[in-house]
Write a protein that binds this ligand. Structure first.
Ligand SMILES: O=P(O)(O)OC[C@@H](O)[C@@H](O)c1c[nH]c2ccccc12
Length: 402
């Protein structure tokens, strides 16, 4: 991808070679190009003039960029089309979560896409909590980007201390203890459980987890739904906690990967239920480039099949909680590790993380027998007065020095 594509006006056709074959039918504007590698791109209307716009790829490291001139309403229409294509592309991969509300269409626009895409989906309210979070996140990220432009973030990342080896820490904890490596979660609240801990001191909890033998920590950074924050990630890191840190976010934009890295993360979460294969591939590459591990989360067989088709994934999380219905069932981990999928995972030597709903030594033994080498645990340990003891209770013995 070394193309520099001149764009005179929105609506101009772009060279076929830049488009995915399945999207040839969509040719007709720069926006389509954006929806293909699209996620990789960032649209900005330049401050010099509202009728001037540049679309710069976040893959600018790969020297691709688009630039052009159009009216700002053209740009809005094109952006809306991109969003709709994003939804379409996702639907074609069996993803039910829509990334944008369907009626974000600019006022007065009634092209063929609007008719097609709104058909049967006229309501503009999210169909479940994951969709709601995703829509809100999109909104939040665009605001945060204004305050922290990518260029500045890249500089911060260049000067940031090196990352710690998240995957290595899990593997060595597994070898050391004979139990799945523990990713202990620093989580104040969740939409399904409400407030988990009133007097929540993230640094104290993180230090207790570390003393208790956690291999890594997961820190919720979502503010609105989980009462977390990036300040928690930063505080834990600067308090000298050595466990590698997973930034627990709903990543819908590459900007968030840079941000997580700048704020002290060693790993990021990529949720297959909200990301297309292309997005996962791109975000995975970007994470690696920045020295971050990526935990790719699935919650059903279809998502597992999808991620097994993507090169370079080392860590797969199986969430026992549906983020759409909140239903928790730890046999999900077992189910997804059976048969052909399990075989492929073993062949590729991937680390599987059993996530959510783990409370007792029996639960740990159950998911371990199913094939996980790591577990991600929040509620059962964060709720304890002493989270360090909570870990010993969860495993049935002290895992800090075995
Ligand atoms: O508190 P629990 O049931 O132990 O679950 C922890 C973790 O798996 C859960 O918080 C989680 C898994 N995937 C997520 C994605 C986003 C937010 C949260 C999550």
């Amino acid at each position: 991808m070394d193309a520099l594509v001149p764009v005179q006006s929105a609506g101009q056709r772009l060279p076929l070679r830049l488009l995915s074959p399945s999207l040839h039918r969509c040719i007709g504007s720069v926006s389509i190009r954006r929806s293909v590698s699209g996620f990789a791109m960032d649209t900005r209307i330049s401050s010099r003039s509202p009728s001037q716009f540049t679309i710069r790829s976040q893959q600018s490291d790969l020297k691709e960029s688009l630039g052009g001139v159009a009216s700002s309403s053209d740009v809005r229409i094109k952006e809306w089309e991109v969003d709709m294509y994003q939804n379409e592309l996702a639907i074609s991969q069996g993803i039910r979560i829509r990334r944008k509300p369907p009626s974000k269409a600019p006022l007065g626009y009634s092209g063929p896409f609007e008719l097609r895409l709104l058909n049967g989906q006229v309501a503009d309210s999210p169909s479940n909590i994951l969709e709601e979070i995703t829509w809100y996140k999109d909104h939040e990220v665009s605001r945060m980007k204004e305050l922290n432009p990518l260029e500045a973030l890249k500089k911060a990342v260049e000067n940031a201390p090196p990352t710690r080896d998240f995957v290595g820490a899990l593997r060595s904890a597994h070898q050391r203890t004979g139990f799945p490596g523990l990713i202990a979660e620093v989580k104040k609240a969740s939409p399904s459980r409400g407030i988990l801990k009133e007097n929540f001191d993230p640094v104290e909890i993180a230090q207790a987890y570390e003393r208790g033998g956690a291999a890594c920590l997961s820190v919720l950074t979502d503010q609105k739904y989980f009462k977390g924050g990036f300040e928690n990630l930063e505080a834990i890191r600067s308090a000298g906690v050595k466990c590698p840190l997973l930034c627990k976010e709903f990543v819908v934009d590459p900007w968030q990967i840079y941000y997580a890295r700048a704020k002290g993360a060693d790993a990021v979460l990529l949720i297959a239920a909200i990301l297309t294969d292309l997005e996962i591939t791109y975000l995975l590459k970007l994470s690696k480039k920045l020295g971050l591990a990526a935990l790719v989360e699935v919650h059903d067989e279809r998502e597992m099949g999808r991620v097994l088709g993507i090169e370079g994934i080392e860590l797969v999380g199986i969430n026992n909680r549906s983020l759409e219905t909140f239903k928790v069932d730890i046999s999900n981990t077992k189910k997804l590790l059976e048969g052909e999928h399990g075989r492929q995972i073993r062949e590729k030597d991937m680390i599987v993380v059993g996530e959510s709903g783990l409370f007792t030594p029996d639960d740990i033994a159950y998911v371990q027998a199913a094939g996980v080498k790591a577990v991600l645990v929040g509620e059962s340990i964060v709720k304890q007065n002493d989270p360090e003891k909570g870990i010993a209770g969860l495993f049935g013995r002290n895992i800090s020095q075995t």
